[in-house]
Design a binder for this molecule. Structure first.
Ligand SMILES: Cc1ncc(COP(=O)(O)O)c(C=O)c1O
Length: 382
């Protein structure tokens, strides 16, 4: 009865972990969730006020499907100034969330049987969106430090390869690509005539290193689809607001898909996003707090002999579990059942059955308590 398309889809591994945790909470068990990928901070008040004002002034109807020109203009200014991408508002479409933006981009570019390279570990929605579009996923494991393995990527390129998806700062590893890594990728992309989908949603959440947008490198603008959104930087996950930056023909194609599906992004959320982009929006305290939590978690993991690469950005760490005869699914299930701590198994991000993803988008108090419980759990099973 169901379409083959949907039968091929897997459930979201990250959401699955979250649902299990919520079920236990519903039974009255206190679970500390280090599974979720959303900031625990409230949306800054200036953004909320801007949305309230927009609603009061009657800005509650459809907008142009590309998004309101003022927001597209504000994003183009930001991209020119901060990301050094030379674009105008005609290169931008506003979408209900960046996940939807990725869906449009893949639908606009990928035909049945086209191949898409996804370096892993990776956020599983990339794989599922490519599958939904009829494309073939080619997972390529990253180096041990979670940088791209360019040689391995070269090996899987065929005449059907059309796209490579990158994500820096990265979910789940926290890896931030440096300029050398990006240059190597550009060379490969230009030589092999590929497109890059660059998911930059965590661009502001960087604690060491610097964000470089691949579209800012020579000749890359025509080859790059940059994805970004308001969920993570501005704690606006529920507002559902993202955007795509791409060559105009791709934006027109995505606009057609948006016209026949979502119509447009929420009107008053778009007005609020113009406010969010202003320099007085207080995002620095959130970034500093994430850094403090990262440092705490890394110290605690070291003490427990977890092997991990210190994340430079986003709000995740992706350690290997320090127990020989246990895989990540068993580890996560037992940790949740016995100690009420929910983390996501590495298998949600590719073939990583010894890793777990810990999100530090939770209060310091909860993180401290969770790390104590993880310590007790490790001591019990070691
Ligand atoms: C790498 C990455 N891209 C995109 C998204 C989706 O963000 P949005 O809320 O804008 O759809 C997430 C959310 O977890 C993410 O981790």
């Amino acid at each position: 009865m169901l379409s083959k398309r949907v039968l091929n889809l897997k459930e979201s591994g990250t959401l699955k972990a979250m649902i299990k945790a919520k079920e236990l909470q519903a039974k009255g068990i206190k679970v500390i969730q280090l599974d979720v990928g959303e900031p625990d901070f409230p949306t800054p008040i200036n953004i909320i006020k801007a949305a309230e004002k927009a609603m009061e002034e009657g800005f509650t109807h459809y907008t142009p499907s590309l998004g309101i020109p003022e927001l597209r203009e504000a994003i183009a200014n930001k991209l020119r100034e901060e990301n050094k991408i030379d674009v105008s508002k005609d290169n931008i479409i506003i979408t209900p969330g960046s996940k939807q933006a990725i869906f449009y981009a893949v639908m606009a570019l990928i035909d049945e049987g086209d191949e898409v390279i996804i370096p892993t570990p990776a956020w599983s929605s990339y794989m599922e969106i490519v599958t939904l579009a009829g494309g073939k996923v080619r997972e390529v494991p990253e180096n041990n430090d979670f940088s791209l393995n360019i040689e391995k990527i070269k090996e899987v390129i065929t005449e059907r390869t059309k796209l490579i998806i990158i994500n820096s700062p990265n979910n789940p590893t926290g890896h931030v690509m440096d300029i050398k890594e990006i240059r190597e990728l550009c060379e490969l992309v230009l030589d092999s005539n590929l497109f890059v989908l660059s998911d930059e949603i965590y661009e502001k959440l960087i604690y060491e290193g610097q964000h470089v947008s691949i579209a800012s490198l020579p000749n890359m603008e025509e080859r790059t689809i940059t994805i970004n959104g308001f969920s993570k930087t501005y704690a606006m996950t529920g507002w559902r607001l993202g955007y795509v930056v791409a060559p105009k023909n791709l934006i027109s194609a995505m606009n057609k898909i948006q016209q026949h599906t979502a119509t447009c992004a929420t009107s008053f959320a778009q007005i609020a996003a113009i406010e969010a982009l202003k320099p007085h929006t207080p995002i620095m305290p959130m970034i500093e707090e994430f850094k403090r939590r990262r440092d705490y978690i890394c110290k605690a993991l070291e003490k427990l002999s977890f092997k991990f690469v210190k994340p430079k950005g986003a709000f995740y760490v992706f350690p290997e579990i320090p127990i020989d005869n246990m895989n990540s699914n068993e580890f996560c299930d037992l940790l949740l059942e016995k100690y009420g701590v929910s983390v996501t198994p590495g298998t949600a991000f590719g073939n990583y059955n010894k890793h777990i993803r810990i999100s530090y988008a939770n209060s310091m108090e909860n993180i401290e308590e969770a790390m104590k419980r993880i310590e007790m759990f490790i001591n019990e099973i070691r």
